[in-house]
Design a protein around this ligand. Structure first.
Ligand SMILES: Nc1nc2c(c(=O)[nH]1)N[C@H]1C(S)=C(S)[C@@H](COP(=O)(O)OP(=O)(O)OC[C@H]3O[C@@H](n4cnc5c(=O)[nH]c(N)nc54)[C@H](O)[C@@H]3O)O[C@H]1N2
Ligand SMILES: Nc1nc2c(c(=O)[nH]1)N[C@H]1C(S)=C(S)[C@@H](COP(=O)(O)OP(=O)(O)OC[C@H]3O[C@@H](n4cnc5c(=O)[nH]c(N)nc54)[C@H](O)[C@@H]3O)O[C@H]1N2
Ligand code: SF4
Ligand SMILES: [Mo]
Length: 750
């Protein structure tokens, strides 16, 4: 595939034709050969959670096509359509390996599992439960994450249960919890078909959530007058459909968002009735302020001042506010890592919610404040299921005695079993490994040896012979090369489990082929580890379906309430949105809305009930502009940002093994504006050295006006050129999510 072919991919994604072209036609070809068996499942990759059918023939997965009865209406993007290839590269891990004399050598399952069990038990005995840790993923099935969560907390006695969603969704969780009292978006994808204005901020949907972006594009094409606002420093493929694209200095969104609210107030675009009924105001940690105090707070955030801070023209800020707040129109916001991966990620999330709350654009079809989730099961498997150190399953907190007591009852544990010592968030966890406070870590379905920021530091910690690192993956990676034990996992389609995507939709992904070689499903491996460490009674399940029934019970008396989502329903239906309390409940499209959400009390008289908050009101938070941890200066004069391209999934372990995707884009490149390229003295295909205070990497150059002057972008999938050696590991004070999106670098021709 040539460069023009790549450009074609992106353009067609933006023009929404890609999915129609690719998937169904080729799947039909597979069908025409006659004996292909199709089984319902879910795409392996992004948080869009497209429903698929998997085609098998002679015991092999041969094709994937979109499920017409699911939300994606039969569409899949190119990555989804090419999924079968991820199972069959020649270097699949098929046997366990143990490091001996510095080298990984093949071992039996018994040898590997006995070694892990004895090392973990020994460490707990000698150094206490907090000397062990689990680092998981928003890409494991819910049953898998649940098994690990229960084993580590209830069995080993530690809250060191974390996962890569900390790098991804923690700020969104922080935003939802502080504003609305409960995590998770409350609208649904169908809102796209009703929206008049789309506000896309810090999200490159065209490349990262292509099927949802296609739905936005279709709405725009079919409903004249639909407006799209894009706020991203870069002119991404997403920005190509924008009626208004605002580029600005990275890390200045808070000033722009407050200035938009300022304009809404001054121009009377606010909904006073909605505010009186459903909103309260806050600053710091207390929700004890008034509307007048909020208006006074905003006085400082004029569009002109925001323009000074951000570099965005004041007129554009005013125009964005008018488009967002126009009365009688429905506004739908989407955002992803441009807001979350920031030292003020939670605040940025709060400020988007604010605009919906003051304009009353919430809780009706087409109006929602919707954080897009990155991974296929970050919502269902980690946020909901409680797979972060401070959480327990289904909205409970590990630091709250009454929540621990509740879980102890549900898990039949003696009172006081669950640990009260706080667990470590991702960065703290790897720092503790470096300090050897954590001595044993089990890493599952994630590749931190490539994807953590300030990477050299944490690679050294994993490599250190004084730490015991277990890595479970489907291929050799930049993390398995650091491991003491490598376990071969069965991949997507070689095992079954539940995924929960961005819109609270739970779906069952079916097993359709046997695991490769001696690989085993993560769920089975964890149950085995429980038995060998003496905690077999915690995970007595014969299969994931039995765990799912326990999970439904655990969620039953929480706001998640998906007791009605049985395995049998999941097999038949095409995804169900929680809450769904009973087997005859259809699921909930819009949370907090009376008549739709079963959690709204029956005697509640108003249209909306924010039941997650004690006063049943959502909070408009006053949050000032605070910039990034490491802005450019004389020595490191450029902003450095990293992210994604449409062809590749994160660290590239899967997509680089798909021929067409690898050919379309193999290496990472530095996207640099023509003016900067001239200044630095480079042209496309030259090499450039990018250096931050943490590390230095050489990349090929791509001169393009996608990046604004003063900012360079690198895609993160390259396993040779590790962009995270450069990225900063500063994190948000509330969410602990690292600031992948912004640090300072210098550039030299290499
Ligand atoms: N093809 C593909 N799709 C994926 C993934 C993948 O690896 N590949 N991964 C999935 C996952 S886990 C995730 S989290 C999502 C991520 O999805 P996105 O967040 O949409 O993707 P990114 O490329 O990480 O970053 C989005 C944008 O943030 C912008 N940005 C940088 N700094 C700022 C800033 O200061 N303010 C604002 N407003 N924007 C800024 C960048 O220019 C970039 O265009 O994608 C999911 N989908
Ligand atoms: N510079 C930079 N770094 C980033 C980001 C960024 O924007 N910029 N974004 C961050 C974000 S949002 C995210 S979500 C993370 C993602 O970071 P990671 O989760 O580390 O990246 P992946 O490549 O998705 O890693 C998943 C791993 O699981 C393996 N795998 C696949 N299927 C299975 C399975 O069934 N079982 C097991 N055990 N393993 C399996 C894959 O081969 C792969 O090695 O990266 C973060 N890092
Ligand atoms: S949009 Fe996401 S979930 Fe849908 S097919 Fe593409 S990668 Fe898979
Ligand atoms: Mo992510």
């Amino acid at each position: 595939m040539s460069l023009t072919r790549r450009d074609f991919l992106i353009r067609t994604a933006a023009a929404s034709a890609l999915a129609v072209l690719g998937g169904p036609a080729a799947a039909r070809a597979a069908d025409e050969t006659g004996d292909t068996k199709w089984t319902k499942g879910v795409c392996r990759y992004c948080g869009t959670g497209c429903g698929v059918y998997k085609g098998t023939r002679n015991g092999k997965l041969v094709a994937v096509k979109g499920d017409r009865e699911n939300h994606n209406q039969g569409f899949v993007c190119l990555k989804g359509f090419l999924l079968p290839q991820i199972l069959y590269a020649s270097d699949r891990l098929t046997d366990p390996q143990i490091r001996k004399n510095g080298k990984l050598v093949k071992a039996t399952w018994d040898e590997a599992m006995d070694l892990i069990a004895s090392r973990f038990n020994e460490s707990i005995e000698k150094h206490g439960p907090d000397s062990v840790a689990f680092y998981g993923s928003g890409q494991g099935y819910t049953e898998e994450s649940y098994a690990a969560n229960k084993l580590f907390r209830a069995g080993f006695g530690t809250n060191n249960v974390e996962g890569n969603p900390r790098l991804c969704m923690a700020s969104a969780v922080g935003g939802y919890v502080t504003t609305f009292g409960k995590d998770e978006p409350f609208g649904c994808y169908e809102d796209i078909d009703h929206a008049d204005t789309f506000f896309l901020i810090g999200s490159n949907m065209a490349e990262c959530h292509p099927i949802l972006f296609q739905r936005v594009t279709r709405r725009k094409e079919s409903a004249p007058g639909t407006k799209v606002i894009v706020l991203d420093p870069r002119r991404t493929p997403t920005a190509r459909i924008a009626d208004l694209h605002i580029s600005f200095k990275p890390g200045t969104d808070l000033s722009i968002l407050n200035a938009m609210a300022h304009v809404m107030v001054v121009e009377g675009l606010v909904d006073r009735e909605f505010i009186a009924d459903f909103v309260t105001f806050g600053m710091g940690k207390e929700a004890n302020k008034t509307w007048d105090e909020y208006v006074a707070f905003l006085e400082d955030f004029t569009p002109e001042k925001a323009a000074e801070v951000s570099g965005a023209p004041a007129e554009q800020i005013v125009e964005a506010a008018r488009m967002f707040g126009a009365s009688g129109r429905k506004t739908l916001s989407f955002w992803t890592m441009g807001l979350n991966q920031r030292t003020r990620g939670v605040w940025a999330n709060n400020l988007v919610h604010n605009m919906h709350l003051i304009t009353g654009k919430l809780g009706v079809p087409g109006s929602s404040s919707f954080s897009l989730t990155g991974q296929p099961n970050a919502c269902g498997g980690v946020r909901d299921q409680g797979g972060l150190s401070h959480l327990l399953p289904y909205g409970r907190l590990s630091g709250k005695a009454e929540h621990r007591a509740e879980m102890e009852k549900l898990w039949n544990l003696p009172p006081g079993t669950l640990p009260d010592s706080p667990g470590k968030h991702a960065i703290a966890m790897f720092r503790a490994l470096e300090a050897k406070e954590i001595k044993c870590i089990y890493i599952m379905c994630t590749n931190p040896g490539q994807t953590l920021p300030n990477l050299d530091r944490y690679r050294a910690a994993m490599k250190d012979p004084g730490t015991f690192v277990v890595v479970c993956d489907i291929y050799p990676t930049r993390t398995t090369e650091l491991a003491d034990v490598v376990l071969p996992a069965a991949a997507w389609s070689e095992k079954e489990g539940v995924f929960g995507c961005s819109e609270r939709r739970y779906q069952l992904d079916a097993q359709v082929v046997e695991p490769s070689g001696n690989a085993r499903p993560d769920f089975e491996i964890l149950c085995d580890l429980a038995r060998r460490t003496g905690h077999g009674d915690l995970l007595p399940f014969a299969n994931p379906a039995e765990a799912w029934d326990e999970i439904r019970m655990i969620a039953k008396d929480t706001p998640y309430r998906f007791y009605g989502i049985t395995r049998e329903r999941l097999k038949k239906e095409h995804g169900i949105l929680w809450p769904c309390p009973t087997e005859d409940h259809p699921g909930t499209k819009r949370r907090y809305v009376k008549g739709e959400d079963p959690n709204v009390p029956a005697d509640w008289e108003k249209r909306i009930c924010f039941y997650g908050r004690p006063d049943r009101r959502a909070v408009v938070w006053m949050r000032s502009q605070v910039g990034p941890e490491e802005p450019p200066d004389a020595e490191y004069p450029f902003y450095f940002t990293t992210g994604r391209v449409i062809e590749h999934w994160h660290s590239g372990t899967m997509t680089m093994r798909v021929r067409e995707l690898k050919n379309a884009k193999s290496t990472a490149e530095v996207e640099i504006h023509p003016d900067d390229a001239r200044r630095v003295g480079v042209k496309t295909s030259d090499e450039i050295r990018v250096t931050s205070r943490r590390g230095s990497v050489i990349f090929p150059v791509n001169v393009t006006d996608t990046s604004p002057v003063g900012m360079v972008f690198v895609n993160m999938h390259d396993q040779e050129r590790l962009c995270n050696r450069i990225a900063i590991d500063a994190f948000d004070a509330g969410s602990k999510q690292p600031e992948f999106k912004i640090c300072a670098v210098k550039l030299e021709k290499a």
